[in-house]
Write a protein that binds this ligand. Structure first.
Ligand code: AMP
Length: 423
């Protein structure tokens, strides 16, 4: 029996102190996205299952094995395993005129029923974009540059972009036939899954993690060898734009990505850690049929847990966080002072200060609570100060203490103290 005091396996609570990194990552992402002309789209975490089976393709691992699906009121529903299909459902719902030129980003949880292991969760978070502008290598390169710049802004300067093409939609059958022919004579050496994949969806063989399969796959001709010159020229144009922007990348001739809807440019981004690499993100151009028409777009999704893990491993991770707001702790001796402090705390908070107080106790225990909470200042008063209209302001670091007027000037006095103490 699983403990009811723990989240479901593969899912996590995100609490302090780590939650501060999430908040900062989200704030940085919103800033970067908005500078690139993207607006936020928040789709429900639950959709009709078909939204995904139609767009992602029903021979992918995500759809075949990993979706949390169930039936309710005669509808097949599921928790979203990725963000693109919901955005496309939204675009198709509002119609082509508004959707044309659509640039959306999303930040939120995704759900995949995978076997939990390091870096692989059942609820994880992705930040992604979808751009439905007229397809062009220029847009693809811009979206990839946005992704690299976002990772940099998140404190991951050192990542590796692997780039390839899936070719035009009309070439997919020729690519599959070419790969099938190239794999035919080694079919018996492939793993059991791949012997099935050859016939079902041969591209999945290229993603197989099995060592034997990987050795066979590494000897295959590049997928571009089964495509026409236009697709190769499209990829080369993307590469030229990336070079012009100074974005390093490597061409990965056997990269195909996990989902069926891709065409033309595709990529994956790996982060470097001591001695190994970790997959941080993927992206690419796609075409999805929904609402009676085809939607062409380009987008990416970044795994936020993986980024955070890398960020936390770096020695200057703490510098990613904004400086902590100094805390003011109010100490009151006697009921009248405590009640007056409660009202004062409200005024100070409205002025932008972070304030707390203890609900009772001796002066000593209230000061101890202030210390424990890391208060930068305390404001202390008892009946005498109340009668005199003053309050004692104590700098907790230096121990210095002075009486200041407890009137309308107090918020400004404190804000001054805060700004002097903050570089
Ligand atoms: P995908 O949608 O599979 O291309 O995934 C994009 C990124 O999301 C990956 O590169 C990972 O960083 C992250 N990701 C995918 N699946 C998981 C998972 N089960 N747990 C944590 N992160 C994941």
């Amino acid at each position: 029996m699983a403990s009811l005091l723990q989240p479901i396996q593969g899912m996590s609570d995100i609490a302090a102190p780590e939650v501060a990194y999430w908040q900062r990552m989200e704030a940085v992402a919103r800033d970067v996205m908005e500078r690139h002309g993207f607006s936020e789209l928040r789709t429900p975490v639950m959709e009709y299952e078909e939204v995904f089976t139609r767009s992602i393709g029903d021979t992918t691992d995500v759809v075949q094995k990993e979706m949390y699906s169930f039936e309710r009121s005669h509808h097949r529903l599921c928790l979203r395993p990725e963000g693109t299909a919901g955005v496309m459902r939204h675009a198709a719902g509002i119609g082509p005129i508004e959707a044309a030129g659509g640039r959306w980003y999303y930040i939120g949880p995704m759900f995949r029923c995978e076997r939990p292991q390091a870096g692989r969760k059942r609820q994880f978070h992705q930040c992604g974009v979808e751009c439905l502008e007229e397809p062009s290598p220029l847009v693809d390169a811009e979206i990839l540059s946005l992704q690299v710049d976002l990772l940099r802004a998140w404190g991951i300067p050192d990542c590796e972009v692997h780039l390839n093409t899936r070719g035009a939609g009309g070439e997919h059958a020729a690519v599959a036939a070419g790969l099938r022919a190239a794999l035919a004579e080694r079919e018996g050496d492939l793993c059991e899954d791949c012997r099935r994949r050859i016939h079902e969806n041969v591209l999945r063989v290229l993603d197989c993690k099995n060592e034997g399969c990987r050795a066979i796959v590494s000897g295959l001709p590049p997928v571009t060898s089964f495509m026409g010159p236009e697709s190769v020229a499209y990829l080369e144009a993307v590469e030229a734009h990336l070079r012009a922007m100074g974005i390093p990348f490597v061409r990965d001739p056997l990269l195909v990505r996990g989902l069926d809807y891709y065409e033309h440019t595709i990529w994956e981004i790996a982060g470097r850690r001591a001695g190994s690499q970790t997959a941080l993100a993927g992206g690419g151009r796609y075409r999805i049929a929904l609402g009676g028409r085809d939607w062409a777009g380009v987008g990416f999704a970044i795994g936020m847990e993986r980024v955070l893990q890398l960020l936390l491993e770096s020695p200057d991770a703490a510098s990613f966080l904004p400086p902590r707001r100094p805390l003011v702790w109010l100490v009151g001796l006697g009921d009248a002072a405590q009640s007056a402090n409660l009202a004062l705390m409200r005024t100070l908070r409205a002025a932008g200060l972070a304030c707390r107080m203890a609900s009772g106790g001796s002066m000593k225990s209230q000061m101890r609570a202030a210390n424990k909470a890391g208060a930068a200042w305390t404001l202390l008063r008892g009946d005498d100060e109340l009668a005199a209209g003053t309050i004692l302001l104590k700098d907790m670091a230096s121990g210095e203490q002075r009486a200041v007027p407890a009137d309308d000037t107090l918020p400004a006095t404190l804000l001054d103290a805060v700004s002097v103490a903050r570089p």
